[in-house]
Design a protein around this ligand. Structure first.
Ligand SMILES: Nc1nc2c(ncn2[C@@H]2O[C@H](COP(=O)(O)OP(=O)(O)O)[C@@H](O)[C@H]2O)c(=O)[nH]1
Ligand SMILES: [Mg+2]
Length: 474
């Protein structure tokens, strides 16, 4: 067994020598991991939670760590980071850090574009070793940090893997009991409810209902709901389009065995097949990337948005979050893979965009996220993985002056916003009634001269984030 492993590692070492410097391939990734010189960080969160901006900021902070003011990230504070290169990873598009920085540098500054597909970047760090090790191991060393980005909409497809079409339809029927969903569905609910699953439906009828169902999903997102499936139906990605399907909402009126034996041309069987194809072709490959390669994970939660949207939206987010966390059960690795990969060993849950409230509220925001995690992550998961919570801001857009926040809104209008008090726990029924409903405004990113040349990107507690993710590696 050990011989086998050694010969595999030897072969991989030979392979590594043949790789170019601009691209890290699978073999070198495995060898570097075996020698603790490569780590893969997944950045997770629902759509709009701030993932792509976070990655852009993280890369920028590392590239220009001497300028970044990362007080508690010791490698940067002690100026031990000597050189940082951005490499692509085999099989992935390169995460477009440059496009993000260009957008932020434009006049007026723009946010990075919404994400359409999976991408990855390897931040290769050449650093000076701690004095304790340098006599034995040499002055400098190299460490690769691989970071993955993907559209948040894909995340909610992961729970579908554990559900067949029939159960998904039952689940979707249950969700329509929420007043907001019922209202958004309108008479589409009656249409989907009245379909006889044994009937044959022609393609144009299917397409018509599919278009209406997609419209409903898009409206659900605009309304602030989170549990929106299938996620890819929200995206205009031409390469990963779903074949038209939708849920049948009246299936509880039919016998399960009769449904299982329905004719292959029946609408029930056609929809079941398309649902399964969607999972096999689009969701399972993503699930593999998501769980097999990632060592540490950052989960961004826009707690301010969900708490401000009212109890129904908040509860919907909680349900979505717990469904995703449940996936970690069957997303774990098999024994053979464990030899060459590390399973997810740390998760940092971040209350994102805290710059939209006063500094005095940041701890409440973190504490609220902590409460969300306690309610949505099983105790088993919390005991088996190191979990931490933080409130951290990728790009600070506000200035605090005399307990008010100075902001520039998306239209470029300057002003001040009134302070908002954040509960430090999930509100009780009575507390919900007392909370105001408001929509946090989209802000304009700050104007920063010389950003492309490494000027400091204002942020909050990104050094704490780096310490949690990487502090033990340098
Ligand atoms: N105030 C503030 N807004 C942010 C920050 N990061 C992201 N945003 C806002 O959130 C939006 C979505 O961010 P993005 O990174 O695209 O989210 P993703 O869908 O999770 O990748 C951006 O367009 C900004 O309007 C931040 O650090 N502060
Ligand atoms: Mg994104």
């Amino acid at each position: 067994m050990l011989d086998n492993l050694t010969s595999k590692l030897n072969k991989l070492t030979t392979d590594v020598k043949q790789t170019t410097h601009s691209l890290i391939d699978d073999a070198s990734r495995v060898v570097d991991r075996a020698f603790d010189k490569h780590i893969c960080i997944g950045v997770t969160g629902f759509s709009g939670s701030g993932k792509s901006t976070f990655i852009t900021s993280l890369i920028h902070q590392l590239r220009y760590s001497n300028e970044a003011g990362l007080a508690s990230f010791l490698a940067a504070r002690d100026q031990r980071i000597l050189e940082v290169n951005l490499l692509s990873s085999q099989g992935f598009d390169l995460f477009d850090y440059q496009a993000g920085i260009t957008a932020l540098s434009s006049k007026p500054p723009q946010w990075p574009q919404p994400t359409q597909s999976l991408s990855s970047a390897i931040v290769q760090i050449v650093y000076k070793r701690n004095s304790a090790f340098k006599r034995v191991l040499g002055e400098t060393s190299t460490f690769n940090i691989e970071i993955r980005d993907y559209p948040g909409e894909w995340l909610l497809d992961l729970p579908l893997i554990g559900q067949n079409y029939l159960n998904w339809c039952f689940d979707q029927t249950d969700l329509t009991k929420q007043a907001v969903r019922k209202q958004l569905l309108g008479d589409l609910f009656q249409h989907l409810h009245a379909i006889n699953p044994f009937d044959v439906m022609d393609e144009s009828q299917i397409d018509q209902l599919y278009q209406r169902f997609k419209f409903f999903l898009k409206q659900s997102k605009e309304q602030g709901l989170t549990l929106i499936q299938p996620g890819r139906m929200l995206l205009e990605d031409k390469h990963h389009q779903a074949v038209p399907f939708f849920p049948l909402l009246g299936l509880h009126n039919y016998d399960k065995d009769a449904l299982a034996n329905a004719n292959d041309k029946s609408i029930y069987k056609v929809m079941s097949q398309r649902y399964q194809d969607y999972i096999d072709v689009l969701v399972k490959p993503f699930n593999k990337h998501f769980f097999d390669d990632i060592d540490r994970q950052v989960v961004l939660i826009d707690a301010l948005k969900v708490i401000s949207g009212g109890k129904d939206n908040f509860d919907d987010m909680m349900l979505a979050q717990s469904r995703v966390m449940d996936c970690y059960k069957y997303g774990s690795l098999n024994a053979l893979q464990k030899l060459f990969t590390t399973k997810i060993e740390r998760i940092l849950f971040i209350a994102s965009k805290p710059d939209r409230v006063l500094a005095s509220q940041h701890e409440n925001l973190r504490s609220l996220v902590n409460d969300i995690i306690i309610r949505t992550c099983s105790q088993k998961l919390r005991n088996s993985i190191r979990i931490d919570t933080e409130s951290a801001c990728s790009i600070r857009c506000t200035q605090e002056v005399n307990d008010l926040l100075r902001v520039t809104n998306a239209e470029g209008k300057r002003g001040v916003v009134d302070p908002i008090l954040i509960p430090d726990h999930i509100p009780t029924e009575a507390e919900w009634a007392a909370l105001p409903y408001w929509i946090p405004e989209v802000l304009q990113p700050p104007e920063i001269d010389g950003l492309v040349n490494g000027a400091r990107l204002p942020s909050i507690r990104m050094d704490k984030v780096l310490t949690f993710l990487l502090g033990d590696k340098f």
